[in-house]
Design a protein around this ligand. Sequence first.
Ligand code: TYM
Length: 341
Amino acid sequence: MTRVFSGIQPTGHLTLGNYLGAMRRWAEVDQHRAESLFCVVDLHALTMDHDPARVRRLSRQTATLLLAAGLDPDVCTVFLQSHVDEHTRLSYLLECVATDGEMRRMIQYKEKAAKERGRGGSVRLSLLTYPVLMAADILAYGTDEVPVGEDQAQHVELTRDLAVRFNQRYGQAFVVPRATLPQVAARVMNLQDPTRKMGKSDDSGAGVVYLLDEPDVVRKKVLRAVTDSGRDVVHDRAERPGLANLLDILAACTGGNPESLADVYDSYGSLKKDTAEAVVEVLRPVQARHRELCADPSYVEGVLRDGAEKARALARPTVDTAYRAIGLLPPVAEPSLSAAR
Ligand code: TYM
């Protein structure tokens, strides 16, 4: 059976981009057709300046929202990365096959490091090595497919390179995975600056729709979305990015096609109004389920406990194989009591 793995960072409140680019597909498609694991990657949240209490809070909230979005612990595995040591065990081995040049070429590293330096801060080493930990997340589970938004495609490419290199040098240890992207909304853009991705760590929330935004807040943000100076409604990502973004969001929410939807509208106003309502409707059931789950935190804790146990059992043999392949001796078993006597 196909094995699917994907992850999400608890670095901010989850956004419509996370939902349309990744989570919705995990819930609606992946978990039903593949053996799937979905991970709140809390170790990744430590790569930038962080507040421990906030990471704890957001880790719980992210896990709760994954369940609210429809992940069903009876058919898939939901867990926290830090509960399964195999991720960091494997990450070190992969650091021994990755190069520093490869790491420095990663777009997200370049962007985040530049931002941090611009603020006068220092860049954590873990920000540079982060894609290796991500590769370990994926390779530890013999993953075939990694459903992600477009911004993660480069990291999955790196993961493939590392898997191939390791297998060639040290013998077959890993399945070589591939990224799967959604057909529409693979990159939802910031509503105030449609040349930038809508991100959970964006400085201003005005261009970001959060999954837990009240309906009226969602409406206001969508209605105030920056559009372009033209008048006609066309889908042209290069020339009219604001408009294309709204059409993509509407298409993703209604199951339509952005190009054909462009033909339906003759004004920006009506497009914005329909997009706002479509987003409100998509978020409504997620928010309702989130409220129910918040009333029962022990349920979420139980899901995470069971999930970590299942994940550990799956990852252990693959990571042990990689340890042996790269040249590390297995620990010598304790002499049995009878032999010691
Ligand atoms: P993260 O936490 O930034 O995002 C989680 C998922 O949401 C997608 N996404 C988007 N899709 C479309 N439009 C957007 N504006 C948008 N913003 C986010 C992301 O592509 C991602 O699929 N490095 C990863 C987390 C990670 C991971 C992994 C993913 C760690 N280990 C292993 C897959 C497999 C990240 O920062 O995602």
